[in-house]
Write a protein that binds this ligand. Sequence first.
Ligand code: ZN
Length: 411
Amino acid sequence: MPGFTLESLMLKNKSKSTSIVILLINIVIYISLTGCSNVDDTQLEQNEVFALINGTLIDGTGSVPVLNAALIIQAGCIEEIGQNSEIEIPDHAVIINLDGGTILPGFFNTHVHSDLNESDLKAWAKAGVTTVRDLGYIGTNSHEQLFLDRNALNTDLYNARMVAAGPLVTTIGGYGNFGVASVEDARFKVQQLIDSGADLIKIAIEDNLQGRTWPMLSLEEITAIVNTAHENGVPVSAHISRSTHLILAIEAGVDDVDHMIVDILPDSLISQMIENDIYWVPTLELWNGVSQMYSINWDDIAISNLRRFVSAGGKVAIGTDYGGYITEFDLGMPISEIRLMAEAGMSSSQIIVAGTKNAAYVCNLEEKFGTLEKGKYADIIVVENNPLDDIEALTVIQMVIHKGTIIHTVF
Ligand SMILES: [Zn+2]
């Protein structure tokens, strides 16, 4: 995201009253860009205060858990967080005793094709997945309508928040559904998508999947797409499946790559991914399903590549490709993906960071969501047992709080 300073918006040589108005506007913009503010959220109960007490806190940063933790939530935001003994509970707060349950950030699935299905969005939210990233709309609505529908669905806190790329940008006749014909056309159409409301741009760098072949975007076109998106403060996510595609994605400067590649990942590309801080969304559940369907070993190759990428220090975000292929996918907590990540050697702590902090980063939401810290939005789940002891604990959800509103609870 582009840098932002309050000073950069301060205008000189204006009358005093104009300057004050501008300053107030700037403060509102500043708060909305950098942290938790509900000036635009009329649906939230501004005066309702919750205190979650006696929990084990896993904040999503990868830090060691805090035992006997408490958390104060007001108007959608985390007001205070820390040990019970350090937190002063406001007199009017509704106190919820978690009785040793584990508090985590709301989870993400950063690779879905939701098709704007509201019952799916509700199922995700209830299972603790409070945000999904839609990486390619496959329906028939215009992208203008798609982004309006996204906005409408996002007003209901019982739905998982949807971050949407819109259509999958490709070359004419390529893998995807939004073709660009040249460098100039790429710039023009990507700008159109962003102006219509795209949260990010998804591109396809693909020419061959199991014998099905397509023409592919050139490096110049990919670079033009990435530059146009970045000039607008919008990230770019790239579909790839082979190391030849990964070379182009790294060269053009994309922000994350989707699908672990299914040929052997060269060490040199692992280094370049890490040097350029490019995140990986492996979609192991997809490769597992495809491998079983066609009796091939892409899942084994992907798991082995992921193991080497993670042990070298590479950053990973959870995403499954839900709805992106005819194979089965978990709706709700992406536990199959999580189990496969564990098979690739990721620790429970690394998996939790991949499902929260790193996932928020690839959604361009890391300033507001993905970790539990004072001043961030209250997207919170509580599970009965500690997932650091057994990652399966993520499937036993006791409470889901979406932007400060309790949408599911057993307490
Ligand atoms: Zn997909």
